[in-house]
Design a protein around this ligand. Structure first.
Ligand code: ATP
Length: 368
């Protein structure tokens, strides 16, 4: 499928508001969004994701690089001449207009007929699940309902590209979770190509066809949610997305899609890899997610540790195990079907070799 949105080597610098220098908000990034895809820009605060989104929408102009939408360079077009609509974190609804009028507003100024406006607004309200609330004013709506109105107002204009800037961040945790699922359904139903900004990794994982992970104005990884979780390219991605245990090791054997590493205690284990030119003798970090480690007897463990703590979260218990000065998180799902180890107990940790991977040690990150 061809790229619908394309960013080519985009950079954006701002004057540092507190000093003489410049802030490199976006530093030479390139990525593509295919037709109908939802792509998330994910990263910590200040990594440049909002600036990138604003550049796509035309609210900010890049210092370098090109933005293409549907094959056309849009660098010099103002926001209202781009085929985009933006949904903001603050819903920015008109308080003196009811739901119907809020959604109809953009169609009215585009001179659609009354009958057409009515049909389009009622259709969209049905899609976002607001039928029956046409006459309510924003002040009488819940946060989730207000967010749906904001979404309806953007998609009723049938933009080719929907830009969403942390649209769920004003909602409480439970509602956020519901709206995430809703939003994904609505996006797929309407089939609208979307770029979504969030610093919430769970939101990015649940919603996206593809996640673009950013740090310090650069793209650090770009892949499907599953591949990013399973095969992070470096320690930053591994710890920013999901929870990860890291174990120092040395590469002792390299095959096409799997390698063997030697741990500090001399134990050799296999791991699965998909990227990079790994070299025998290289220092690496094994990445083991908490669910990829099993507690076992001391003699069967790849490493041995002591249970320091256990945290119940209903469906599982997370054990904190200390081994050779390092702390490990180990999740045990369905905990009530087995005997739980006691605090202070010595225990073996067995790595599931099919679901662990490696990243380069930080002092060796460039791969030199
Ligand atoms: N108008 C501006 N003037 C000066 N610096 C700016 C401006 N806009 C953004 N920046 C700086 O550029 C960098 C990237 O900002 P941006 O808002 O894109 O990050 P973000 O990843 O979206 O962060 P957040 O999640 O906190 O919104 C930050 O260091 C920010 O302070």
């Amino acid at each position: 499928m061809k790229a619908f949105v394309e960013l080519k080597n985009i950079s954006k610098h701002f004057k540092d508001p507190h000093g003489q220098g410049i802030v490199k908000a976006v530093d030479g990034i390139s990525f593509q969004v295919k037709q109908g895809e939802l792509v998330t820009l994910l990263g910590p605060s200040g990594c440049g994701k909002t600036t990138t989104l604003r550049i796509i929408g035309g609210f900010e102009i890049q210092n370098k690089g090109d933005v293409l939408i549907d094959g056309a360079v849009v660098n010099n077009l103002p926001p209202n001449r781009r085929p985009t609509a933006m949904v903001f974190q603050s819903y920015a609804l008109f308080p003196h207009m009811n739901v119907f009028e809020n959604v109809a507003y953009g169609l009215k100024i585009r001179n659609f007929s009354r009958a057409e406006i009515r049909r389009k607004v009622l259709d969209i309200l049905d899609i976002v699940g607001l039928t029956g609330l046409e006459n309510r004013y924003p002040g009488k709506l819940s946060g989730g309902q207000q967010q749906r109105v904001a979404l309806a107002r953007a998609i009723v204009l049938e933009p080719k590209l929907l830009l969403l800037d942390e649209p769920l961040s004003n909602l409480d945790a439970k509602l956020r979770e519901q709206m995430r699922i809703e939003l994904k359904k609505i996006q797929k139903r309407v089939g609208i190509t979307s770029v979504y900004v969030t610093h919430d990794q769970l939101e990015a994982m649940t919603l996206s066809d593809k996640v673009v992970v950013m740090n310090s104005g650069k793209i650090v990884q770009e892949d499907t949610p599953a591949n990013i979780y399973r095969f992070p390219t470096n320690k930053f991605v591994a710890s920013f997305i999901g929870r990860a245990n890291f174990i120092e090791a040395t590469l002792v054997d390299v095959q096409a899609d799997s390698v063997r590493v030697k741990l500090k205690n001399g134990k050799e284990i296999g791991v699965v890899v998909i990227h990079d030119n790994w070299k025998i003798g290289e220092k690496v970090l094994v990445v083991a997610r908490p669910e990829s480690i099993t507690l076992t007897s001391v003699d069967k463990g790849d490493i041995v540790g002591t249970i320091e703590n256990s945290i119940y979260t209903g469906n599982m218990v997370t054990f904190e195990v200390v081994s050779d000065g390092s702390s490990f998180e180990v999740d045990m799902v369905n905990p009530y079907s087995s005997t739980l180890p006691a605090l202070g107990e010595k225990i073996g940790l067995k790595f599931n070799q099919k679901s662990i991977t490696i990243v380069r040690s930080e002092d060796n990150e460039s791969g030199e």
